[in-house]
Design a protein around this ligand. Structure first.
Ligand SMILES: Cc1cc2nc3c(=O)[nH]c(=O)nc-3n(C[C@H](O)[C@H](O)[C@H](O)COP(=O)(O)OP(=O)(O)OC[C@H]3O[C@@H](n4cnc5c(N)ncnc54)[C@H](O)[C@@H]3O)c2cc1C
Ligand SMILES: Cc1cc2nc3c(=O)[nH]c(=O)nc-3n(C[C@H](O)[C@H](O)[C@H](O)COP(=O)(O)O)c2cc1C
Length: 508
């Protein structure tokens, strides 16, 4: 059976679980547009997203077009589409991110292997691509989006405009270009409307070292409380974006040294902001970069810190957000920007700027026809964070029947969250727990080895009991686990599980 995206649109009120490609336009506002079959009158918005950004922009773009363009607008996951469906789409807008090293997000992996392997015939199709990426990946910046753009052009589809490459979540110039092009297609939107809102204030409530004596990096349990309780609103699998900042002491020292008034306000990143806050969230300039220049010019030149993502390790019902953060230490002994801020520099009770990021691709899988299925949760290191939120969710819903396969360094120091494990084992949330500690064995064993060793049982959980699989943690671990799962289940089955939302990954 043909499969389309079946998520509920998390970015639109009043819309819309959809069994097929969605008629966003007229379904929202009541009547179906008169001639939906007319080719030029249709727009297909396809997305491929790993952590939700492309999916979010796809829905907002579709909704903007649906509201004012005289067209029928559909939204579908790129991975659910065939070349034939693309060829018949009329106008196709693809919004995609890039993962791994220039690769497609998980949900489009099979699309790449099966559809993009063909030389397509796409005459009559008009298209454009919005490629999300991050310039820190340099050579592979927006690699998948660009590749897709070339592939569509190779099929003689008509490019409406050049691929728009977006650097991170806050690239208002690129999003402005995209909004402009949407408006040419009949929408009335803006970069601001398509971009995520500003971060909110949270307070550091708890900071606790979980693995004293570890041979690996320090792992910290971070507790945060929102200033506004309405922020206690996320789903297991979602991500917290944190805005790192310079310590208060460093900011005050900078202001004093350069005789600057921290209370002065400037228009900065779209908002009126105190100089003290601008300095706090920017890379501090060298003295020679400051001397003799106007304050306005200084503010303009300051390089704002990027934000950092962390998998949320708790549920909102607990009244606070918990994160599991590895302290990154650079070769020169200085700390990583984001982890250093959270694990050392932020004062207890201090403000942490945080934005919630819905991550539908890592939400709890939907129940199947037999009801709630068992679940296999696989991860290593800080990957415990994302898995913990899911185990808390299963505990809350009394779902039981979960199997955790988890790897860390040494049992003596790195078996953190033991109380949680014990509680889940006692109340039946965890039916089975397999742990592996790489430094306790020779040769070293990792969680991917554990997965391979338990291949037959994993095959039974998936094949006979319909278990879903969640993987959370670093890219190398996730790649090793995926290879093991392909050996156990076969690539076709894993592709199918990906399309059905039964195999989900939160990887970094
Ligand atoms: C979806 C997602 C979820 C995530 N979830 C988690 C989580 O739950 N827990 C967690 O701990 N992390 C998580 N991460 C990773 C996290 O976002 C950060 O990447 C991580 O904390 C490191 O960031 P940092 O700012 O502390 O370090 P950075 O400043 O980015 O430095 C990281 C590393 O880069 C190298 N480096 C950077 N600058 C230099 C330099 N000048 N000289 C030499 N080396 C350098 C060093 O090796 C350093 O250790 C997640 C990432 C994503 C994308
Ligand atoms: C593990 C990882 C690998 C990534 N690899 C690339 C890459 O090779 N090239 C690139 O431009 N962006 C890369 N990115 C950045 C993402 O494409 C970018 O954050 C994008 O906004 C994510 O959109 P999504 O949430 O829709 O998946 C990577 C991000 C992560 C976490």
């Amino acid at each position: 059976m043909k499969k389309f995206n079946t998520h509920i649109n998390p970015w639109k009120t009043g819309v819309c679980a959809h069994p097929g490609p969605v008629l966003v336009a007229r379904m929202i506002f009541g009547s179906v547009f008169s001639n939906p079959r007319k080719r030029n009158g249709r727009i297909l918005v396809a997305f491929a997203s790993q952590t939700g950004a492309a999916e979010r922009i796809a829905w907002l773009s579709a909704n903007a077009l649906a509201a004012t363009a005289n067209r029928v607008v559909r939204v579908a996951a790129l991975g659910s589409l065939s070349v034939t469906e693309l060829a018949e789409a009329g106008t196709l807008l693809v919004i995609t991110s890039t993962y791994g090293a220039g690769e497609a997000p998980d949900s489009a992996r099979a699309f790449v292997r099966k559809q993009m392997a063909q030389a397509p015939s796409l005459k009559g199709l008009s298209y454009a691509v919005l490629a999300l990426g991050d310039m820190k990946y340099d050579a592979t910046f927006c690699g998948f989006g660009r590749g897709l753009d070339r592939w569509l052009a190779s099929g003689k589809a008509r490019r409406l405009f050049d691929v728009v490459c977006v650097n991170g979540d806050d690239d208002d110039a690129a999003m402005g270009k995209w909004a402009q092009q949407l408006n040419r297609l009949g929408a009335q939107t803006s970069a601001e409307a398509l971009m995520p809102g500003p971060p909110r204030d949270w307070f550091l409530d708890e900071r606790r070292l979980l693995n004293p004596g570890s041979q690996g990096g320090e792992a910290w349990h971070i507790g945060l409380r929102p200033k506004d309780p309405e922020q206690l609103n996320w789903t297991a699998g979602d991500i917290a974006e944190i805005w790192p900042r310079n310590s208060q002491a460093l900011v005050e020292e900078f202001l004093t040294r350069h005789e600057l008034d921290g209370e002065k306000s400037f228009r900065w990143r779209g908002q009126w902001t105190y100089l003290r806050d601008i300095i706090a969230h920017s890379k501090l300039p060298q003295p020679h970069e400051v001397e003799g220049i106007s304050l306005e010019w200084l503010v303009e030149r300051l390089e704002a810190f990027p934000h950092r993502e962390y998998s949320i390790a708790s549920l909102p019902e607990s009244g606070r957000m918990e994160l599991l953060v590895r302290k990154a230490v650079k070769d020169d002994g200085s700390l990583g920007l984001g982890s250093g801020w959270l694990t050392r520099d932020c004062l207890q009770g201090g403000v942490v700027k945080l934005r919630l990021r819905p991550n539908p691709n890592f939400h709890p899988p939907a129940a199947n026809e037999q009801g709630e299925a068992p679940q296999i949760l696989i991860g290593a290191g800080t990957g415990f964070a994302g898995l913990r939120a899911h185990l808390l969710y299963r505990q809350q819903k009394k779902l039981g029947d979960a199997w955790l396969l988890f790897g860390e360094r040494g049992q003596a120091s790195d078996l953190y969250y033991q109380e949680d494990l014990a509680a889940w084992q006692t109340d039946g949330t965890l039916a089975r727990t397999d742990l592996v500690f790489s430094r306790d064995a020779a040769p070293k064993r990792y969680v991917q080895h554990l997965v391979a060793e338990h291949g037959a049982e994993i095959g039974r959980w998936v094949g006979e009991r319909g278990a879903s699989i969640l993987v959370c943690g670093g890219l190398d671990m996730a790649a090793g686990v995926q290879d093991a799962l392909i050996t156990i289940l076969g690539e076709e089955k894993l592709d199918q599980m990906t399309q059905d939302g039964q195999y989900r990954r939160d990887i970094y």
